[in-house]
Design a binder for this molecule. Structure first.
Ligand SMILES: Cc1cc2nc3c(=O)[nH]c(=O)nc-3n(C[C@H](O)[C@H](O)[C@H](O)COP(=O)(O)OP(=O)(O)OC[C@H]3O[C@@H](n4cnc5c(N)ncnc54)[C@H](O)[C@@H]3O)c2cc1C
Length: 384
């Protein structure tokens, strides 16, 4: 095992860390307060090659490996979870499934637009009545000539209101369960496709979240992603990419909590001494450090497995489960170290604490991750 980053990875980490510190961090709190998506920063990140980190150069990507992808998610997540979410969706939930399941025509048509930041993508799986159990979806797609007619509703979709391209899942054979789901590429502007924003979220306020409405939405047959009735496989594979960057983002956010807590503990004086000198404060800091480091190793292990092309669903779920719970523990302690001031929007840890909460919910709740891990250990699937 080699725990050293290679020269490319070090360069990527340095570049994205500098950009996050100098360009993203100074405006993150204001964007959160105003619930404003930073389109300028999204485009700047794309200009640096970071909206296509692991996508091959021939499709407009940067051609780096999965550890580099994790490093980018980690460093953005360290300062702004909203923007990290957009990065994860764009690259992990849209570009990577397109790259792995798309036809050559689809890849050539869509990937350069997405990696360059000209287009934004979204991933539409969840419905009002189908979250943890996506097979319970009711969206349908009926074949009609050279088209499919899509009807249904998707909800809680990151980027829905700003996306130019959606990967939408619908049932092409409603009585066939998981074997009757198909993934479709749907462009904004397609007749029968519309979106509506969701407001007043607990966290990720600078990230766009919304609903997608499909009302007799006509999608050409060539826009099936993967094969007809094989969409569930596309969705599960997509989630292995997405959960990986969620976990990496959690490590970054936990590190952001730790950075802020160390700074505060060194400067805040009580009983005539910096609070950093009290053993119980050091205990909180030590627990945060151990949590961050453990999460980071789990994420980097998955990156290594992905780089080697090894199956990694189990390890990805372990990383996602641990890191999403871990970042909530760490954010809780960050507020504790800041005392009453941590409760105020004046300090970043207040935003970090709110942003941490989503991670145990989306891309499979902690309970769903536990059931995936349990099934690997026991050989019995709780879902069936
Ligand atoms: C901000 C935000 C962004 C999102 N972005 C996207 C996106 O881009 N694309 C997308 O498709 N979706 C997205 N989602 C949806 C997200 O993935 C779902 O919310 C999530 O999968 C959980 O589904 P649910 O909310 O319907 O909860 P439910 O499935 O109703 O779960 C409720 C509770 O029941 C538990 N539960 C459910 N089934 C079981 C079981 N079998 N055993 C034990 N416990 C169980 C859950 O763990 C949870 O605690 C987003 C959600 C949010 C809040």
């Amino acid at each position: 095992m080699d725990f050293e980053l290679n020269e490319d990875q070090k360069m990527i980490q340095e570049t994205i860390r500098k950009f996050a510190k100098e360009r993203i961090a100074p405006v993150a709190a204001e964007n959160d307060k105003k619930a404003r998506f930073p389109m300028d920063l999204f485009r700047e990140l794309a200009g640096l090659g970071f909206m296509g980190t692991p996508i091959p150069v021939e499709y407009g990507g940067a051609g780096f490996d999965y550890l580099s992808h994790a490093l980018v998610a980690e460093e953005i997540g360290r300062v702004d979870s909203s923007l990290r979410g957009t990065y994860s969706v764009q690259v992990s939930l849209v570009e990577l499934p397109l790259y792995h399941f798309g036809t050559e025509d689809q890849k050539k048509k869509y990937l350069p637009k997405l990696t360059s930041g000209e287009w934004i993508g979204c991933f539409g799986l969840t419905e009002p009545g189908a979250g943890s159990d996506p097979v319970g979806m009711t969206a349908t797609a009926k074949e009609e000539g050279g088209h499919y007619i899509l009807n249904g509703q998707k909800t809680w979709i990151t980027n829905a209101g700003i996306a130019d391209l959606a990967i939408v899942y619908a049932k092409t054979q409603p009585d066939a369960g998981a074997q009757g789901i198909t993934a479709f590429l749907v462009e904004r502007g397609t007749e029968g496709y519309s979106t509506r924003d969701i407001h007043d979220k607990l966290g990720l306020r600078a990230s766009n979240t919304g609903e997608i409405f499909l009302e007799n939405c006509r999608v050409p047959k060539e826009n099936i992603l993967g094969e007809k009735n094989k969409g569930f496989k596309v969705a599960l594979s997509t989630l292995d990419f997405g959960r990986f960057t969620v976990a990496a983002g959690c490590v970054g956010l936990a590190q952001g909590c730790l950075d802020a807590s160390k700074d505060y503990a060194r400067t805040r004086v009580q009983f005539g001494k910096p609070i950093a000198s009290f053993q119980l404060v050091q205990q909180m800091i030590a627990d945060m450090v151990v949590d961050c480091e453990a999460g980071r190793l789990l994420v980097y292990r998955v990156a290594d497995m992905k780089n080697k092309g090894l199956p990694n669903t189990r390890e990805t779920s372990i990383a996602k489960y641990f890191c999403s719970e871990m970042v909530n523990r760490v954010a809780y302690k960050a507020i504790q170290v800041h005392g009453g001031y941590g409760f105020s929007g004046e300090y970043n840890v207040e935003r970090f604490y709110r942003d941490a909460r989503i991670n145990t919910l989306y891309e499979g709740t902690s309970q769903i991750q536990q059931l995936i891990i349990g099934a690997y250990e026991l050989g019995i699937r709780a879902f069936d």
